[in-house]
Design a protein around this ligand. Structure first.
Ligand SMILES: Cc1cc2nc3c(=O)[nH]c(=O)nc-3n(C[C@H](O)[C@H](O)[C@H](O)COP(=O)(O)OP(=O)(O)OC[C@H]3O[C@@H](n4cnc5c(N)ncnc54)[C@H](O)[C@@H]3O)c2cc1C
Length: 549
């Protein structure tokens, strides 16, 4: 065997490349630097923020409470940032992430306005080769995908070119102000985004019409401003907040209720639901009954409680009935509303049920179904995303033997811990498919911490190839199905829920998330760390091979 000089390897531009400048990517950039790795982060957007850079539509805000929708890795950062509201608006979250980028001097390592076309594993040289839409090529040893869940929006289901008015996708809302005063506006969709947009624009527009295919159990957000005393109390309580988050099933700062259906009588149950409803946000789901997602009786009682609320708020009984869902609660992610149902009592807000006659096209003056036409000046599509897997499958990402992620995931995602894949060495995914469905930032912190420890171990071993064990991937996929079957969520496919991949024609129906709870997931990461990844990963070195071809 002839010795080949390693310098014949193509030049590595960076130790690591990251895609995505949201919560995941920025946290990964910080971690890579801490490990002493050079790093370049790419994002199609012109600024940091990720989701919050793109989703700047009227009314956009978090459903998570501010004090746990943030990083926990820096106490200084935690103590210096002042959230203005309980559920921050898009620009408040973007402001926070901008502050993070500035505080840790991250911008110099970020290429904005740079869409990544492909990332391909060059097996011979054990390098990832990233190509941008502009045609620039970069080589790196590690590839971290932080492309998030929602970077690929569903496009309007019909051609809009005939329409003479303006139309928008909620997730590509323009940076300039859209003047809705005096306008007749259509909102297509009735999910989380539409639920936020409607009350925000109802006060400006002359008329707002919502086209609803499936009603949602919209829970009251009860957002409110935070004052100095709230903020001081939160900051003083942070140790407890992060403890709560790590124990709670959705990584929320709440103490989950220990009560189950049989622990109380009907009158007590009603009082408990009323308490949850008044608390606002997801407290209705988590601080009421522990078995809402597993015991059909508990679920039915919660669902009936919300239906009664809808009927008591929405004055027109026909509209109220159309808005009252009949399926089990939480099979579609319940949106949070701020005066959503109340908005339908305004004279200028109308609901059109399109469950029987869907919208089929645009006219010069508006939209049409098979049986009716509607006139508008502006149409807003809030119709969701090719969620969770879409951002990675829409790119050309190839591992060993040129295998495409898109092909590998044809029957559903295949990962271990939602972070690593067999056949894709030295690649890590943050908030990937098969990671928990929960409040995101705590999961980002824990996953990136895990990734950092993997890389530190590789360095300590002198290994340059880290890869998921195929048997760990197989076991993780089986666990996803097993966990889903322990809940009522399996029925979500019939409701075209995005978290089952069921909202996209032709997409495999498979659980896109780990449904064992964020707390269960944190335990999985702990187990993996305690065993030094023995059952999870292989560490090896290709340098020897490269030097002796
Ligand atoms: C309106 C809305 C409200 C939400 N509210 C909550 C909430 O209350 N609580 C919660 O936990 N989660 C919420 N989420 C989910 C939210 O996406 C996550 O909380 C979090 O922001 C995800 O961060 P991320 O870094 O994983 O990905 P993102 O923030 O989605 O960032 C991904 C980035 O990758 C970039 N990218 C993708 N593909 C490419 C490519 N090929 N080339 C270059 N760049 C690319 C995108 O431009 C984007 O900037 C919400 C999402 C939306 C849309």
């Amino acid at each position: 065997m002839a010795n080949v000089n390693v310098t014949q390897h193509p030049h590595v531009d960076f130790d690591s490349i990251i895609i995505g400048a949201g919560f995941g990517g920025l946290r990964a950039l910080h971690e890579m630097r801490q490990l002493g790795k050079s790093v370049r982060l790419f994002d199609a957007g012109s600024d940091v923020g990720g989701t919050w850079y793109w989703n700047r539509y009227p009314g956009a805000r978090t459903d998570s409470e501010a004090w746990a929708y943030c990083y926990s890795f820096s106490k200084e950062l935690q103590d210096e940032w002042d959230w203005p509201e309980r559920m921050p608006t898009w620009d408040q979250v973007q402001g926070y992430l901008g502050h993070v980028a500035d505080k840790f001097d991250m911008r110099k390592d970020i290429a904005f306005d740079t869409y990544v076309k492909s990332v391909i594993y060059d097996e011979a040289h054990n390098q990832w080769v990233l190509t941008t839409a502009q045609g620039d090529v970069f080589r790196a040893h590690y590839f971290i995908s932080a492309v998030g869940w929602f970077a690929v929006a569903v496009k309007p289901p019909f051609d809009m070119s005939a329409f003479k008015g303006d139309w928008y996708l909620s997730s590509q809302w323009p940076k300039h102000e859209v003047d809705l005063r005096g306008k007749r506006v259509a909102i297509v969709g009735s999910g989380s985004t539409a639920v936020q947009i409607l009350p925000a624009i109802a006060k400006q527009a002359a008329q707002v019409t919502m086209f609803q295919r499936t009603p949602n159990y919209v829970l009251p957000g009860r957002n409110h401003p935070l004052n100095d005393s709230d903020r001081n109390a939160i900051k003083a309580d942070y140790d407890n907040i992060w403890l709560q988050v790590r124990k709670q099933v959705f990584a929320f700062p709440m103490d989950s209720s220990p009560l189950t259906y049989d622990d109380v009588d009907d009158a007590q149950r009603e009082r408990i639901f009323e308490y949850g409803w008044e608390q606002g946000g997801f407290r209705f789901l988590f601080e009421t009954f522990a078995d809402l997602l597993v015991d059909p009786r508990s679920n039915a009682a919660a669902a009936e409680f919300v239906r009664r609320k809808i009927r008591s708020i929405v004055k027109d009984p026909v509209t109220a009935e159309l808005m009252a869902p009949k399926y089990p609660i939480a099979l579609k992610r319940p949106p949070l509303g701020n005066f959503y149902f109340e908005s339908f009592n305004r004279d200028n807000v109308h609901l059109v049920d399109v469950s029987q006659h869907p919208l089929i096209g645009a006219t010069a003056t508006g939209l049409k179904t098979a049986v009716a036409e509607y006139a508008f000046d502006i149409v807003i599509f809030a119709i969701g995303f090719d969620a969770v897997t879409g951002p990675l499958t829409h790119m050309e990402v190839r591992g060993r033997d040129g295998e495409l992620v898109r092909d590998k995931w044809e029957a559903g995602p295949r990962t271990h811990l939602g972070i690593v894949m067999d056949g894709f060495p030295n690649m890590f995914i943050i908030t990937g498919p098969q990671s928990p469905f929960s409040n995101v930032p705590p999961v980002v912190d824990a996953s990136v911490d895990w990734i950092g420890k993997v890389i530190a171990k590789a360095d300590a071993l002198g290994a340059d190839v880290v890869e998921a064990r195929p048997e760990a991937v197989t076991a993780w996929i089986a666990l996803m199905v097993e966990l889903l079957d322990q809940t009522l969520l399996g029925q979500a496919t019939e409701l075209k829920s995005w978290f089952m991949g069921a909202n996209i024609e032709g997409k495999a129906h498979a659980p896109l998330h780990y449904f064992g709870g964020a707390n269960g997931y944190f335990e999985e990461l702990k187990r993996s760390l305690a065993t030094e990844f023995a059952d999870d990963l292989t560490f090896s070195s290709q340098r020897v091979l490269a030097g002796s071809v």
